[in-house]
Ligand binder design. Structure first.
Ligand code: LHQ
Length: 268
């Protein structure tokens, strides 16, 4: 039984870094860890000092997905023992986590420091900007154990890389290097391993100085527009733009431009 917290939180200026912390199991998700991760995201969402969240893993992995030794996923049933319904884990833990991530009021950066497999890969891909070290990798491990991509994978993968490549990744379950992931458009950027932590921190600090409310709205607008006709999307943009046009950050951004000074964005 691990005594250390499974999620570590650290504040650096306006950036809250959350570190997945079960390095002995490549940070595979347990139910307790999924609860702690959601609580840490809730705390960041509610804290006005936080203007960007950065998520990474401790040790040599980012996250190996669901911990397959957890009794909740029927690792090794005894003869005659009825399997539990793994939907309970999805309904009770993964779905609330994925929804929490997708509705964060500030941008979320993933710094993928090693292997990201199964739900660990899709949790990373659900973040707004994904940076990865060159030795990191992404594996849609589900097909190898007879499951479908979860934690948002069915929605995210075709949108990120198109149906043909999404099916390639999901059906074959091959390990995709960070370089290939960047070339495919699955992630934002691959950087040398030794530069990952500093690059991710610099990116998160930069995002924290930008109009974070408009960024969260941009994510929401992209997600909604994907489900709309063109004209409907134009109308949605007008509604959102109207709201943002009354907000402090727009007035400040426009005034700062005209006054040739640096803007101070504060909306959240
Ligand atoms: C692990 C795990 C792991 C436990 C490494 N569990 N210990 C949702 C809800 C309901 C049901 C099921 O699923 C889901 C969503 C999912 O996420 S399904 C996908 C689950 N994940 C996987 O299938 C990936 C399993 N892991 C692997 O294939 C490999 O470990 C990878 C390719 C990630 C890394 O390989 P290596 O670098 O060779 O490391 P390793 O295999 O030696 O692992 C290191 C340790 O971590 C080892 O423990 P040990 O005590 O022997 O050192 C592994 O047992 C442990 N570990 N993944 N998911």
């Amino acid at each position: 039984m691990q005594t250390e917290p499974t999620i570590l939180a650290h504040q650096d200026g306006a950036v809250r870094t959350l570190t997945l912390n079960r390095p002995g199991a490549l940070n595979a998700f347990t139910a307790e860890m999924l609860v702690q991760l959601r609580a840490a995201l809730n705390a960041a969402a509610e804290d006005a000092e936080v203007r960007c969240v950065l998520i990474t893993g401790s040790g040599r992995g980012f996250c190996a997905g669901q911990d397959l030794s957890d009794p909740l996923v029927n690792p090794q049933l005894q003869p005659g023992e009825a399997p539990k319904d793994i939907a309970h884990l999805l309904d009770g833990y993964y779905i609330p986590l994925a929804l929490r991530l997708r509705s964060m009021p500030v941008p979320v950066v993933a710094a993928v420091n090693g292997v990201a497999a199964g739900a660990g890969a899709n949790f990373a891909l659900g973040c707004d900007l994904v940076l990865a070290g060159q030795s990191a990798s992404f594996i849609q491990a589900f097909s190898k154990i007879g499951l479908i991509p979860d934690c948002g994978g069915t929605w995210l993968l075709p949108r990120l890389v198109g149906r043909a490549r999404a099916l390639q990744l999901a059906l074959l379950g091959d390990k995709l290097s960070a370089t290939e992931a960047q070339a495919m458009g699955l992630i934002y950027r691959c950087v040398p391993d030794e530069e990952l932590a500093a690059s991710a921190q610099a990116l998160a600090q930069r995002l924290s100085t930008l109009p974070v409310k408009a960024m969260a709205e941009t994510r929401r607008a992209f997600d909604q527009a994907g489900l709309m006709e063109f004209e409907q999307a134009l109308k949605m943009e007008a509604v959102m733009q109207s709201r943002l046009g009354f907000a402090h950050d727009y007035q400040e951004g426009a005034a700062a431009f005209l006054q040739k000074r640096a803007p101070q964005f504060t909306d959240r």
